[in-house]
Design a protein around this ligand. Structure first.
Ligand code: SF4
Length: 355
């Protein structure tokens, strides 16, 4: 089908003008050859941009206008497979915006906002295949939950910080805020899959929609956002979800006042280097636990709450993590494991794990 000719008259230059405006860039001077946009007063900028993507650059994934109108009333859900970094669509934000301190995870020091010396002109890593060998293990662990492509392609409309250096500072400040919002989306979407928490799914959906709305804010609004307050609100709901899930999954013999070893396993517990080989940690509360270099070979972690647990160099060989809650890919990437480690379905076996 041929595009509608009146709509076709929306000139590329005008679209670029809108994209620049959305990204808070100085507006390029209008060209005499640019026709007046026919929908200047009747369509919002976002719709014109989406029209551009749909008709002129369909490969960039625009949506039919009918869906866009729908979207303005009702935010779409988000599937969990979209909540992972897509470096192809990102302007190398984690390689620029974040600071590194020379350590076992990073071979060099780097200040926030300074591009890593290994970042290439096309925003790809020049040492991607040798990161661990060259001392950049931290880069193989990190996951932005999809915040990088959101900031690059939506918040800044596909205009990168090299093309538009005036946006660099705010883009790098917006990225860690967006990363926090996307991390919350990861936990909230997981919460909606947990049947024991069905009684509070309505509240979870409400906060999921609110978080999605926040991800669509413009850069200046994102910078003013009180992320800590929003996190606290989400966390309260995640805690309630966790209690419902663990209560249902807890083995009968442990449904009594905490004592001995059960008492020792608690939120934020220091288990650095602990020998937990074959431990029964079903439905345990390991929120924020320090499990660095712990021996968790063959441990049973089903229905355990693992949010924020530090698994750096922990050995998960043969461990059972199916049904554990709030585990992320970055936590797995930081740990050791093998082909026998059982994983939740939304996570993948890290490439560096032994067979
Ligand atoms: S080493 Fe590669 S992946 Fe790590 S920050 Fe530098 S460019 Fe990015």
């Amino acid at each position: 089908m041929q595009p509608n000719t009146s709509l076709e008259s929306i000139h590329r230059a005008w679209i670029k003008h809108l994209l620049f405006r959305r990204a808070n860039l100085p507006l390029p001077p209008p060209s005499c050859a640019d026709p007046a946009p026919p929908y200047r007063h009747s369509l919002i900028d976002e719709e014109i941009i989406q029209y551009y993507y749909r008709r002129i650059e369909p490969s960039r994934g625009g949506k039919p206008l009918s869906e866009i109108h729908e979207r303005s009333r009702q935010l779409p859900g988000i599937s969990r497979d979209k909540l992972q970094g897509d470096c192809e669509k990102c302007f190398g934000l984690c390689c620029v915006a974040l600071p590194f301190a020379a350590s076992a995870d990073f071979a060099v020091n780097k200040d926030a906002g300074r591009p890593c010396s290994n970042l290439q002109a096309d925003f790809r890593c020049g040492v991607h295949t040798d990161l661990r060998k060259l001392g950049f293990k931290g880069c193989t662990v990190y996951d932005c939950f999809g915040a990088g492509q959101m900031v690059s392609q939506v918040t800044y409309g596909g205009i990168d910080w090299r093309q538009a250096p005036a946006t660099a500072k705010t883009m790098f400040e917006v990225f860690p805020i967006m990363k926090q919002l996307y991390e919350l989306l990861w936990y909230l979407t997981e919460s909606l899959t947990l049947q024991p928490a069905q009684s509070i799914h309505g509240e979870i959906r409400g906060l999921l929609d609110e978080t999605l709305r926040l991800t669509r804010l413009r850069p200046e609004s994102l910078l003013e956002l009180e992320v800590a307050a929003h996190r606290a609100k989400v966390n309260e709901l995640l805690l309630r979800t966790s209690e419902l899930v663990r209560e249902e999954a807890r083995p009968k013999e442990t449904r009594k006042p905490a004592q001995g070893r059960q008492k020792a396993i608690r939120r934020g517990v220091d288990l650095i280097g602990a020998n937990l080989k074959g431990a029964d940690l079903r439905a345990a509360n390991l929120r924020g636990a320090y499990l660095i270099a712990a021996n968790l070979k063959g441990a049973d972690l089903r229905a355990a709450d693992l949010i924020g647990a530090d698994f750096r160099d922990a050995d998960l060989s043969g461990a059972n993590l199916t049904g554990s809650i709030y585990l992320t890919q970055a936590q797995l990437n930081a740990a050791k494991g093998d082909a026998r480690t059982k994983l939740p379905p939304s996570l993948v076996r890290p490439a560096h794990w032994t067979a």
